[in-house]
Design a protein around this ligand. Structure first.
Ligand code: FNR
Length: 340
């Protein structure tokens, strides 16, 4: 049941497949006879130095994968010099994650109808040393995840809300996740409400879930600090495009004014290379981290991150690029460039 919850996408799971396959349709164009004796894959994200252009995406309920939950994930992030985005729906309270290690953490936010609860969580995150807020914008309601409905997936209590709101929603419709989300999430939250979010925090705000140049421009207009091109790992609107297929249009609209990140379907170092070539500053990793966590806790997450880093380092050497800045648009060929 939990595997299905982690692995699954919405409805036909078209986008789930596409997120991965769209990467396969992009070629890398190597340059040979470049001095690649020394490769540096480090970069910075929102001014924070990280060992590689990858970070851990916010995913809910890590205790379904491992008894240590987000604490194990955060320790792996710290050990790998990587940033972790902690989900609003984490199994461990955010203060416990914060005190477990010195990983750089961003806090992912859903806005509840009870705005006071969302505001309180942002303020708790800020007090606990989180460095940015990631507003997830693609989830006014939960996508239809049929495996969870079939399995009657029940979310365990979410500890961030102890004493604030009951997370037990009883429903006879299979999974209680969608019922919980529609009871709590504020589906009326929109662009103009970013002003409210800015008024309750001094942290930089990133918007996660942008897939079009139009929305990228709106994000610039409301003055956020970054954009994450994401379709929520294909768990929300099925038949939304693969993230890598829209990245370049979004990057063009943003014109370098704020950083653009991407998640969805990143499974190899070559995928990270392709995303950087098309203009992403970094990528976020969702399911592979959860699977590493389920397989072997903190060590499993470290293995996943290190495998991706080693693959990226090798790809950069073979492509003739010594630093992430050396990776350019000319290093990839997409379907738009020339039929493959
Ligand atoms: C997610 N994702 C997610 N996003 C978010 O903003 N808040 C959340 O609580 C969650 N929870 C969540 C749970 C699970 C099980 C998955 C798989 C995903 C989406 C996540 O941040 C990210 O966008 C995708 O996981 C990226 O795609 P890949 O790497 O899983 O293909």
């Amino acid at each position: 049941m939990y595997y299905d919850y982690y692995a699954g996408g919405a409805e036909d799971q078209y986008t789930l497949k596409e997120n991965v396959e769209a990467f396969h349709r992009i070629n890398i164009l190597p340059r040979v006879l470049v001095d690649v004796g020394k490769i540096d894959i480090s970069t910075s994200i929102l001014g924070y130095r990280t060992s590689a252009p990858l970070m851990i995406a916010p995913t809910g309920m890590h205790k379904l994968a491992h008894p240590e939950g987000e604490v194990a994930t955060a320790r792996a992030a710290a050990a790998c010099d990587t940033i972790m985005a902690v989900s609003f729906s984490s199994s461990c309270p955010l203060e416990e994650v914060a005190s477990s290690c010195n990983a750089i953490r961003f806090f992912q936010l859903y806005v509840y109808k009870r705005r006071d609860i969302s505001a309180l969580l942002v303020q708790r995150a800020e007090r606990s040393g989180f460095k940015a807020v990631i507003l997830t914008a693609d989830t006014p309601r939960l996508g239809r995840r049929e495996a969870d409905i079939k399995n009657k997936m029940i979310a365990p209590p979410l500890r961030n809300f102890d004493g604030l709101i009951s997370t037990d929603v009883v429903t006879d419709k299979g999974s209680n996740l969608a019922a919980y989300a529609s009871a709590t999430f504020d589906a009326s939250f929109c662009w103009k409400d970013i002003t409210w979010l800015k008024s309750i925090t001094n942290l930089p705000i990133l918007i996660k879930g942008v897939l079009t140049p139009e929305d990228a421009i709106k994000a610039l207009e409301v003055g956020v600090s970054g954009i994450i091109v994401s379709n929520h790992g294909a768990r929300q609107l099925d038949y939304s495009p693969a993230t890598i297929s829209v990245l370049e249009e979004v990057v063009e609209a943003v014109q370098g004014k704020i950083p653009v990140l991407l998640d969805g379907g990143v499974r190899r170092g070559t995928d990270i290379f392709k995303a950087l070539a098309l203009g992403a500053q970094a990528v976020m990793i969702g399911r592979p981290v959860l699977f590493g966590l389920a397989a072997n806790g903190e060590y499993g997450v470290k293995r996943v991150i290190n495998m991706l880093k080693e693959e990226l380092e090798l790809s950069m050497a073979l492509a003739g690029t010594c630093t992430v800045k050396d990776i350019t648009r000319g290093h990839v060929r997409t379907q738009h460039d020339r039929p493959l």
